[in-house]
Design a protein around this ligand. Structure first.
Ligand code: SF4
Length: 335
C-alpha cells in the first residue's frame, strides 16, 4: 500500500504498564500489554481485531486514540494529505487532531453521561471543536440523529429514557458528529442482545459509506467481525499471531489459536465441529511463557515451541502467521 493511500500505520508498537510493589512503590515488573504490533490500514477499510479478553485489543484502540501512550513504536495517522506521528505530537497538536479519530466503547450505559440530555451530548463536541451558530448546531445534531435512526424530536431526553440499542446509536452519533475519518469500535455490540446486534451492525455498514469512514472493529465475537471486516488480525497476549483477508483466516486458518476460536463458534444447524477446547486462561502478561506464548494451551506444540519465539511469516501474499508448524498443520476453518 502506498504512503498516499494509508490512513494509519502502526509500527512496532509496544505498550508496557509498570507494576508497583511494596511501601516504596518500587517497579517490580511490567505488564506487557502490546508487543511489537505492526499493521497498515487503507482509506475506507474495515480491520477486525479478534481475541479473548486480556489479549490487548482494547489497549491497542486506546493507544491509537492516544488514551494510552505507547511505550515504544510509532502510530502514523494520515489526515487531509498530511502525516502525523501521533505519539510525537504535543498535547495541543493532539487536541487539534482529536476530531478525526473517534472511539465508540462497548457499554453505552457507562460511556454516556446520564445527567446530560442527548442535545448536550451531541452539541458539546461541536461547541468544543467548531464554532457554529445555534441554527447550524441544531441542523448538525438533527442530521446525525436521523443518520443513526433516531427521532430528532427526542433530542431533549436523557440516555436512560432510551433502550440499550438506542443508547448505542447515541454513542455512535456522538462519535460521528465531528465527522471523523477513523472510527475505533471497541466491542460495539457486546452489551446488546442478538437482534439489536444485527441492527447496529447494519447501521455501521450504512454509516461507513455515508460518512466515508475507516473502521477498526475490536470484538471477541468472530461472527461480528466477519460481518463487517475484509481483513482480520488475531491477537493473543498482546501479539498478532495471524493476519489476513477474512475469507482466508476463517476458511483456511494457519494458527492453532485461530482454529480454536473458529471451532468455538456455535453452529445454527446443530452440526458438531471438531471442537478444540481452549484449556486454561490467557497467561499472565507480567511473565509471559517462553518461546511461543500460546504453547501452554496449544494441542500441537513441539519442543521448539517452548524455546523459540515464532515470527510472523507470509503464507500467501496477504496472509501472515506466527507459528513454527504453520506449513505442516492442516487446521480446520469454518464450514
Ligand atoms: Fe502451537 Fe508451537 Fe505453533 Fe505456538 S508455535 S501455535 S505452540 S504449534
Amino acid at each position: 500500500m502506498s504512503k498516499q493511500e494509508s490512513v494509519l500505520e502502526v509500527e512496532n508498537l509496544r505498550v508496557y504498564f509498570p507494576v508497583y510493589r511494596g511501601f516504596l512503590r518500587k517497579v517490580s515488573g511490567y505488564v506487557q500489554a502490546l508487543e511489537k504490533v505492526c499493521f497498515t490500514m487503507g482509506k475506507g477499510e474495515v480491520l477486525g481485531i479478534v481475541g479473548e479478553s486480556g489479549c490487548g485489543k482494547s489497549t491497542l484502540l486506546k493507544s491509537i486514540s492516544m488514551l494510552v501512550p505507547p511505550t515504544e513504536g510509532k502510530i502514523v495517522f494520515s489526515c487531509n494529505g498530511n502525516f502525523y506521528v501521533l505519539n510525537e505530537l504535543t498535547y495541543h497538536e493532539l487536541v487539534k487532531l482529536r476530531p478525526f479519530i473517534q472511539i465508540v466503547f462497548q457499554d453505552p450505559f457507562s460511556s454516556l453521561n446520564p445527567r446530560m440530555r442527548v442535545w448536550n451530548l451531541l452539541a458539546e463536541p461541536l461547541q468544543l471543536h467548531a464554532s457554529l451558530s445555534r441554527s447550524k448546531l441544531r441542523d448538525r445534531v438533527e442530521e446525525i440523529l436521523v443518520s443513526v435512526g433516531l427521532d430528532p424530536s427526542h433530542v431533549y431526553r436523557f440516555p436512560h429514557q432510551f433502550s440499550g440499542g438506542e443508547r448505542q446509536r447515541i454513542a455512535i452519533a456522538r462519535a460521528l458528529i465531528l465527522r471523523p475519518s477513523l472510527l475505533l469500535l471497541d466491542e460495539p455490540t457486546s452489551a446488546l442482545d442478538v437482534s439489536l446486534q444485527a441492527q447496529v451492525l447494519t447501521l455501521l455498514e450504512k454509516l461507513k459509506e455515508e460518512y466515508k469512514l475507516t473502521y477498526i472493529l475490536v470484538s471477541h465475537n468472530l461472527g461480528v467481525v466477519k460481518y463487517l471486516s475484509r481483513r482480520i488480525l488475531i491477537m493473543y497476549l498482546g501479539r498478532i499471531v495471524e493476519s489476513g483477508e477474512s475469507e482466508d483466516v476463517f476458511f483456511s486458518p494457519r494458527h492453532p489459536y485461530t482454529e480454536a476460536l473458529i471451532q468455538a463458534i456455535p453452529r445454527l444447524d446443530g452440526e458438531g465441529r471438531r471442537r478444540i477446547i481452549l484449556k486454561g486462561e490467557v497467561p499472565n502478561p507480567i511473565s509471559p511463557p517462553s518461546g511461543c506464548v500460546f504453547h501452554p494451551r496449544c494441542i500441537y506444540k513441539r519442543g521448539i515451541c517452548e524455546k523459540k519465539i515464532p515470527q510472523l511469516q507470509d503464507v500467501s501474499s496477504l496472509h501472515r502467521v506466527a507459528c513454527h508448524r504453520a506449513e505442516e498443520l492442516k487446521l480446520a476453518g469454518l464450514g
